[in-house]
Design a protein around this ligand. Structure first.
Ligand SMILES: CC(=O)SCCNC(=O)CCNC(=O)[C@H](O)C(C)(C)COP(=O)(O)OP(=O)(O)OC[C@H]1O[C@@H](n2cnc3c(N)ncnc32)[C@H](O)[C@@H]1OP(=O)(O)O
Ligand SMILES: CC(C)C(=O)C(=O)O
Length: 498
């Protein structure tokens, strides 16, 4: 039996505070429903007093969502709490999240106050919120930099006032994981009544330690993790939901788990990223596009032999069909062979060696080799066993000059050469080929496509050549589109010349 870790998602409150990430009510409902399907326990839907739009979003999310608790944030201010309670009136499980800064910098600079006064305001806010809802969560803002002894006094007092959940935020992302874990342990060791409430972590990522701090807090007794999808949030962001969930799924020996349906993680990550115009960095844990991509030969070989060589999570567990083997100049034969196999091309080991040489030459010119490139390389091997092969091709063309091509063909081991001019380089090259192959041939279809973007890219040529009333298809791909056209023409001719 695992201990349950409650997931409190604040994508729609702390995440939405980020400049450019604001969502309208319809979009927020869409995210809230996705969070519900994901299996989060609490959705922090907004800060109702902050604007009529945010108030309305909390109202509508409360109506739209059934299972999760709906939480609304307030300051330790009576009007904030009244407005939050009003916004939550349709929630099936409402929670008011109230609190105040408890660190010395907050007390001195933000509030120009004293520890005693702040303690009294904290208790009063919780007691006031209790008039409206049973479930009251208290946050000690900047708890990460709050003196532990004082923090323990505040926590004990708000528990006595009726708080059901106590949130210990590392608001400025300052703590070390050991320090944050020790803080949570200190509270468990020094606060009367702490066993009656749930302790929550709410860590920011200013030093890149949000997830580490959250995990450390949970190992030391916290049972609610406050997180956002993709880790979005103020400044460097909040703890990422996907990282916490998958840490506990990966470390079963910790005996802690969530109710999250992790196979929905990738889908909701893309949804939030696109609705909030917030791209996910490619190397982001779990949800970055490279999180399950292997691009170096040694890793690819290892993963192809057994996924677990380089993967601690099965991509299917987070909603990705399969990992990806990205072909680059750092890939080896194992990866190329695998891709060829997936594309239906089986090569002998000698052929694979040759294909690999061609692959490396192309990979040094292009950043990434895609399936069309691989097919092109495999196609070159088909060409190698063809009767007619292109031996050489030279073309001159330009503006206000005639295009001229000279072509050399190898036909069953015998060499032939011819020249021709044309109204463009492709026309000249094809005419030169016709001057060697004396057959009636009609070019019926001719299509050139760039495979990707960029002037260094490979061009694909598809061609249909009619001979004696029958159409023959020819294909080639080459970074030189005139060469690709000549090769596609020869590919088609090879199909009717014996
Ligand atoms: C760490 C966090 O993420 S906390 C949540 C942060 N999110 C937001 O701030 C977004 C929503 N905020 C808002 O819309 C506005 O700031 C409002 C509506 C809350 C307040 O607006 P204003 O009344 O114009 O105040 P303003 O934003 O300028 O200043 C904040 C005031 O709240 C006080 N305050 C800040 N936190 C708290 C708190 N937890 N409890 C009580 N008072 C607080 C400040 O001391 C300051 O008071 P002062 O004006 O007496 O000095
Ligand atoms: C309001 C609190 C929970 C917060 O967002 C923080 O301290 O970062």
């Amino acid at each position: 039996m695992s201990d349950k870790l409650y997931i409190f998602d604040t994508t729609l409150r702390d995440g939405e505070q980020v400049p450019g990430c604001q969502l309208n009510t319809v979009e927020k409902i869409e995210v809230a429903k996705a969070l519900e399907s994901l299996g989060v326990d609490v959705i922090e839907a907004g800060f109702p007093v902050s604007s009529p739009g945010d108030f309305n979003s909390v109202v509508e999310i409360s109506k739209a969502v059934t299972w999760p608790t709906i939480c609304a944030l307030t300051r330790a201010v009576e009007n904030d709490i009244r407005v939050a309670a009003d916004a939550l009136r349709y929630a099936k499980h409402p929670r008011i999240h109230t609190g105040i800064g408890t660190s010395d910098p907050h007390i001195r600079y933000k509030f120009n106050s004293t520890r005693e006064e702040i303690l009294e305001r904290a208790v009063a806010a919780v007691a006031y919120a209790k008039r409206y809802v049973e479930d009251v969560q208290f946050y000690a803002e900047d708890a990460g930099r709050t003196d532990n002894e004082y923090l323990a006094r505040v926590v004990e007092a708000v528990i006595k006032a009726g708080a059901t959940v106590i949130n210990i935020p590392d608001t400025t992302g300052y703590c070390l994981p050991s320090e944050f874990g020790a803080k949570i342990k200190y509270l468990f060791d020094h606060v009367d009544g702490i066993d009656k409430v749930i302790i929550a972590t709410h860590c920011h990522n200013d030093l890149g330690m949000a997830t580490a701090n959250t995990v450390s807090g949970i190992i030391n007794g916290a049972r609610q993790a406050e997180v956002t999808i993709n880790g979005i949030g103020e400044r460097a962001g909040n703890t990422a939901l996907e990282e916490v969930v998958m840490t506990f799924r990966s470390h079963k020996e910790l005996g802690i788990d969530t109710d999250i349906n992790a196979t929905r993680i990738t889908g909701i990550s893309s949804m939030v990223s696109s609705l909030m115009n917030m791209p996910v960095q490619p190397n982001k844990a779990i949800v970055g596009r490279n999180a399950f991509a292997h691009s170096s030969g040694i890793h690819q070989d290892g993963v192809l032999k057994n996924r677990e060589s380089y993967e601690i999570i099965d991509p299917k567990d987070v909603g990705i069909d399969e990992n990806s083997i990205v072909l680059t100049a750092r890939s080896g034969r194992a990866a190329l062979k695998h891709r060829l196999h997936v594309l239906g091309c089986e090569l002998s080991s000698g052929e694979l060696d040759k294909a690999y040489e061609a692959f490396l030459q192309l990979a040094d010119r292009k950043k990434e080799i895609n399936d069309d490139d691989v097919l092109m390389i495999a196609g070159q091997h088909r060409k190698a066993s063809s009767r007619i092969k292109l031996d050489f091709l030279q073309v001159t063309s330009g503006i206000k000059v005639h295009s001229v091509a000279s072509v050399g063909l190898d036909i069953a081991g015998e060499k032939f050469e011819a020249c021709a001019s044309g109204n463009g380089p492709v026309d000249a090259a094809l005419s030169a080929i016709k001057n060697i192959i004396h057959r009636k041939m009609l070019l019926k279809e001719f299509l050139i496509q760039a495979i990707n973007k960029g002037s260094n890219d490979v061009g694909k040529v598809h061609m249909t050549v009619e001979h004696e009333g029958v159409s023959y298809y020819g294909f080639s791909a080459n970074t030189d589109i005139v060469a690709a056209s000549a090769e596609a023409f020869i590919d088609a001719i090879n199909k009717f010349v014996r």
